[in-house]
Write a protein that binds this ligand. Structure first.
Ligand code: HEM
Length: 206
């Protein structure tokens, strides 16, 4: 069965659609940024002790709070209709509570979830993708005595398994046909999401 791609916009005169799937484009465009973020997080040794893990939880709270509105958007739900997207914000809040920590306070309202659709796809890619690396982070958290039911709930594997969940998510992304500038906007959204994580790391982990 073939899927008609969801076309977000197209110029009637010139159609510049990349032949690479959107998930590949986002991965390639943010590869170096991701490595930098990983390095800066791990340099702070957040899995050395539950005490140092606190800053990591604040980073996670900040990014999941920033994008929480993405998970209530009907336009995104329609594009990912064969899976259910779930915000992990509640799980991070329970992790903070498990460790007796308050939710961080913020001076500004979150805005990562109110972007136009192409940018929103970039933000969503970053936050959903972080659940892949979470397999490793959960192992480190478990070595400190935390688990999917105490302190590391937000790193838990989705019920259908990480690989299947990710395949379904990538399938949703790759059925979307973005043209020209819209593809650049999706990449800009992903870069903005990583930049936001970098700011949170600077604030809570250094
Ligand atoms: C909040 C911080 C982080 C964000 C937003 C993030 C984001 C992402 C994204 C978007 C992907 C998917 C890449 C793809 O398209 O295949 C990914 C995968 C991955 N991340 Fe992260 N990441 C974060 C932290 C970390 C940390 C601290 C590590 C550990 C050193 C890590 C290790 C990995 C690994 C190993 C993968 C690939 C997993 C696989 O292919 O099975 N990430 N991450």
């Amino acid at each position: 069965m073939s899927h008609d791609p969801a076309v977000l916009s197209a110029s009637p005169a010139i159609v510049l659609k990349s032949t690479r799937p959107l998930s590949d484009r986002l991965r390639a465009a943010t590869h170096n940024t991701h490595e930098g973020v990983d390095r800066s997080i791990m340099a702070a040794r957040p899995f050395e002790s539950v005490r140092s893990y606190r800053g990591f939880l604040c980073v996670q709270h900040g990014i999941h709070r920033e994008v929480s509105a993405l998970y209530t958007r009907a336009d995104l739900a329609a594009l990912f209709s064969d899976m259910s997207l779930h915000s992990r914000l509640n799980a991070v809040e329970q992790d903070l509570a498990d460790l007796g920590l308050a939710v961080p306070s913020y001076g500004t309202a979150p805005d990562g979830g109110v972007a136009a659709l192409p940018q929103a796809l970039g933000w969503l890619y970053v936050v959903e993708g972080s659940n892949l690396g979470a397999a490793f982070l959960l192992k480190y958290a478990k070595a400190m005595g935390l688990s999917e039911t105490h302190g590391a709930r937000h790193l838990a594997e989705p019920p259908q398994g990480r690989a299947r969940y990710w395949r379904a998510f990538k399938g949703g992304l790759d059925r979307i046909a973005l043209y020209g500038a819209d593809e650049q906007h999706a990449i800009a959204g992903a870069e903005a999401a990583f930049a936001h994580v970098r700011e949170l790391v600077a604030q809570h982990l250094t």
